[in-house]
Design a binder for this molecule. Structure first.
Ligand code: ADP
Length: 407
């Protein structure tokens, strides 16, 4: 049981951490990429501004100053006239793309990825007149390499952080669960000891009450009813202590006995055992059990599982109802169904019926001898046999409990 809680806690912790780290990584990546792009854009704008000064119009002729110091190693500057005709080019990339005046910033995917910035060039003397255009470009290779290095760095950082956190998380949940596990173990031991110690005095009360009832002439007539109550209450308490002892036993994290059990004959036996009670109640008591269904497990505990289900089916049905037990094998599972056409369970109660001491009808548990522990015990035992129990039910129509074991 604690293994599962530990596992769920660790998974929850790692999931939360993964989400936080992913958000953090994406924000760092986004901010860094944005800043690099902005720096590149500013660089291109500054270069274009400087390059615009190298173009002038003299006597109606456009002239470009061949100043090689402006252009960087990964950059290109192109000057165009008003018709978009290339006048002069500096730098190592020949874009061969026509001027696009619609968008000042453009990315090109030549053999080398480039970003370009285009701006108009105004006459140096008459600042209003546009005399041509300048387009500056810079290779994006360096920017992309920096982002790739950042991705690798962030990726490996996140992976190592997750790995270390997983190890840390497993250790932490183990540490955090230790006190809970030991107090649960103490509680379990207390329940087991108390139930065990209560058995003998209960047996003494019951025996004495039964003996007194056997010879009623020795007691006053008005006391007979009281002795009957004592006997019935001690019966109920004996069943309760036995159930508590059984639960304490199934709660113990220990390996159950692993003997091959012939489930077919165990189920047929139980059907036989409760046959007379079913007839008394006028139920249709039927079985459809496949031959030679074998399972590794503890016979006593498995008997308890199906007794609980059959006793419930007997209890929560009325005269004329039917109870059917079927057992079959699929390729990977043994399926056992206990189906009845009894009172059924309301949908809002279905989730709770496997809880300890939970009963739909909370009154009259004393008279009926039902304590609400049967299904809790059943589920624990099934779990210990690596099985699963599910229920489907409809109020007033009936219930079907399905137990499946992997084989
Ligand atoms: P109880 O001792 O009360 O039978 P269980 O743990 O066996 O305790 O069952 C819990 C509750 O589930 C019962 O109180 C009952 O309301 C409901 N229940 C169990 N089996 C059936 C069934 N076959 N039909 C209708 N209700 C059922």
């Amino acid at each position: 049981m604690f293994e599962k809680i530990r596992y769920q806690l660790t998974v929850a912790y790692i999931s939360v951490l993964t989400v936080i780290l992913t958000i953090f990584t994406l924000s760092v990546r986004y901010t860094f990429a944005r800043s690099l792009n902005q720096q590149l854009n500013v660089r291109l704008e500054d270069l274009a501004k400087a390059a615009a000064f190298n173009m002038d119009k003299e006597d109606g002729e456009l002239e470009v100053d061949d100043d090689e110091t402006l252009v960087g190693a990964e950059q290109t500057i192109e000057w165009f006239d008003l018709e978009g005709e290339l006048l002069f080019l500096q730098g190592k990339y020949d874009l061969e793309f026509p001027l696009d005046l619609e968008q000042s910033l453009q990315n090109y995917n030549l053999p080398v990825p480039l970003r370009s910035f285009t701006r108009p060039v105004k006459n140096l003397e008459d600042q209003g007149e546009i005399i041509g255009y300048v387009r500056v470009s810079e290779s994006l290779t360096e920017l992309q390499n920096t982002l790739r290095r950042l991705d690798y760095g962030l990726g490996s950082g996140v992976a190592s952080a997750l790995l270390l956190s997983t190890i840390g998380g497993i250790w932490l949940t183990r540490k955090a669960m230790q006190p809970i596990e030991s107090s649960f173990e103490r509680l379990r031991q207390f329940t087991a000891d108390a139930s065990h110690e209560l058995r003998s005095p209960l047996m003494a009360i019951k025996t004495n009450a039964d003996v007194a009832l056997k010879y009623p002439q020795g007691i006053r007539e008005t006391d007979v009813e009281k002795f009957e109550s004592i006997s019935s209450a001690s019966n109920q308490m004996t069943r309760l202590t036995e159930n508590l002892l059984l639960l304490a036993r199934t709660d113990k994290v220990s390996q159950i006995e692993q003997k091959p059990i012939n489930l077919s004959s165990l189920l047929a036996d139980l059907m036989q055992l409760y046959q007379s009670q079913a007839e008394e109640k006028n139920l249709l008591w039927q079985a459809d059990i496949a031959q030679d269904l074998y399972l590794l497990g503890d016979e006593g505990l498995l008997r308890q599982v199906f007794s609980n289900l059959l006793q419930n089916a007997l209890h929560y049905t009325n005269a004329g109802d039917s109870v059917t037990l079927s057992a079959s094998r699929t390729s990977s599972k043994l399926l056992i169904k206990v189906e009845d056409t009894g009172i059924g369970i309301a949908p809002e109660h279905l989730d709770r019926i496997f809880e300890r001491f939970w009963r739909v009808d909370k009154s009259r548990s004393y008279q009926t001898g039902k304590s609400g522990l049967g299904l809790a015990i059943t589920r624990e035992i099934v779990r210990q046999h690596n099985g699963e129990i599910t229920v489907s039910s409809q109020l007033g129509v009936g219930s079907c409990f399905t137990v499946s074991f992997s084989v």
